[in-house]
Write a new protein. Structure first.
Length: 443
């Protein structure tokens, strides 16, 4: 099939590449000429395991092209995906500027019937707005073309995006058009083997499904962070509690890891946006507000523990930070808890020696050159003469350090484990003080 994808961010690039891998002829469009040029040269703008190889192979095979030229790309697509960003507007609601701009462009150049599929995370009712926008532009051109607008939200996780796209656990298709459903069933058939993963529904339910999924996951995390805060105060260990509740299949082990708060480009933005959507509909979503508030507070938890340990005296101290990305296997630092921590440490007069396996360049872009930040090439280097080690992201490489060696590198032997990846007893056996999240026994 001929497929066009607007937007070469995480969702657009991964979707386009996976569709090309399945044999479709895919054209990816972006307004960022520099990005398109780099992609054409085989330079991938994001770190995403497995993506580079697939982009290069499909580009070389002629199944994946990159362009800034909307008109031929629109003429090419039997199916046209919209996968552009929906950043938070000033009030937290999703900003639809890019989505509606693509809709207008489609209206300007559409010459024959097509299926427009929205993959961007958008407020309920956006597919209707996209349809109306395209129809308006077509009417202005004085032509009538039969087209469908479908909601097909994406559920991929950064760091595992290729796998999620190739082996989706569900393919949500929101549409009332039998023709669109038939075409999308055909397009997704190679991803839909062994058992049927396609979930058909109406457009608005599909749009809400995306927000409901992310809000549910964010709620689980904030709930566990709240339990961790309670555990600290009553002398209990949240890790034991986690095992205790996760074994109930109705609760499950997934997404109940307490930590330094959730970050990334999705949960913070989507929880806020859903809150606004609810309010616009006349409903005050107090649970969502609480989820957000707990997360905001949690992002300061590591700093609070550090202050507590050093008696609020951080001036002139050097803090080693392991992990800057908002989670492992990505270089993405959007809304990362590390950003809050670093700002707080600097504010308190501390220096930071940070290491992240992939996000060093990203950190350099965000923070620029500053005297109180050293971005280290190696994890061990960050420890040298530091007053403490803080683990903010649970990269595999951080999971089993030699604590004895670590103790000799640090000037003062203390670890703040923002992801509870260490056994407190093993750390303490090496003569290192240990602080985790919700580990009442050691605080
Ligand atoms: C999330 C969803 O998991 C995807 O299903 C969704 O498609 C995507 O948003 C999106 O809307 O595009 P992602 O933002 O890549 O994916 O990251 P997650 O793996 O969900 O992690 C989000 C944050 O939650 C991270 O900061 C992570 O450290 C934190 N987290 C996760 C916890 O603190 N505890 C947990 O138990 C799990």
């Amino acid at each position: 099939m001929n497929v066009t994808v607007f937007g070469t961010g995480y969702v657009g690039l991964v979707t386009g590449t996976c569709l090309a891998e399945m044999g479709n002829a895919v054209v990816c469009v972006d307004v960022d000429a520099g990005k398109i040029e780099r992609l054409g040269r085989g330079e991938i703008p994001i770190y995403e395991p497995g993506l580079e190889e697939l982009v290069l192979a499909n580009h070389a095979a002629g199944r994946l092209a990159f362009t800034t030229e909307a008109a031929p790309a629109i003429a090419h697509g039997d199916v046209i995906f919209i996968a552009v960003g929906t950043p938070p507007g000033e009030d937290g609601s999703a900003d639809l500027t890019h989505v509606l701009a693509v809709a207008r462009t489609i209206g300007q150049h559409l010459g024959a019937g097509s299926i427009i599929v929205n993959k961007s995370t958008v407020p309920v009712g956006t597919a209707d707005r996209v349809r109306a926008t395209i129809a308006d532009v077509l009417a202005g051109r004085g032509i009538a073309i039969d087209f469908d607008v479908v909601s097909n939200p994406e559920f991929l996780k950064e760091g595992d995006a290729v796998n999620d796209c190739m082996r989706p656990d569900r393919i949500v298709i929101g549409s009332d058009s039998a023709k669109a459903i038939t075409v999308l069933r055909r397009l997704y058939a190679p991803f839909n083997r062994n058992h049927d993963r396609i979930v058909l529904m109406d457009v608005r339910s599909a749009e809400l499904t995306k927000y409901a999924a992310n809000a549910m996951l964010a709620t689980k995390i904030s709930f566990m962070n709240e339990m961790a805060n309670i555990a600290e105060r009553v002398g209990a260990d949240i890790e034991q509690v986690r095992h205790g509740i996760g074994s109930d299949p109705r609760i499950g082990y997934h997404f109940i890891y307490p930590g330094a708060g959730y970050g990334g480009s999705c949960f913070p933005k989507d929880v806020q946006a859903l809150h606004r959507i609810a309010r616009a509909g006349g409903y005050e979503a107090s649970l969502l507000q609480a989820v957000e508030q707990v997360n905001e507070a949690q992002k300061s938890r590591l700093f609070e523990l550090i202050c507590q340990h050093f008696g609020n005296d951080l001036g002139g101290r050097t803090i080693a930070v392991w992990g800057l990305a908002f989670k492992p296997n990505t270089d993405d630092m959007r809304e990362a808890p590390s950003r809050r921590l670093l700002e707080q440490l600097w504010q308190a007069g501390a220096r930071v020696q940070a290491f992240d396996p992939e996000a060093r360049e990203e950190a350099r872009q965000i923070f620029g050159e500053r005297a109180d930040l050293v971005l280290c090439e190696q994890a061990q280097q960050a420890l040298q003469d530091a007053d403490a080690l803080v683990v903010v992201t649970e990269w595999k490489a951080f999971r089993s350090p030699d604590f004895k060696v670590l103790a000799t590198r640090l000037k003062s032997a203390v670890i703040f484990d923002g992801r509870n990846i260490y056994d407190p007893l093993a750390v303490e056996a090496a003569g290192i003080a240990y602080y985790g999240i919700g580990r009442g026994r050691s605080v």
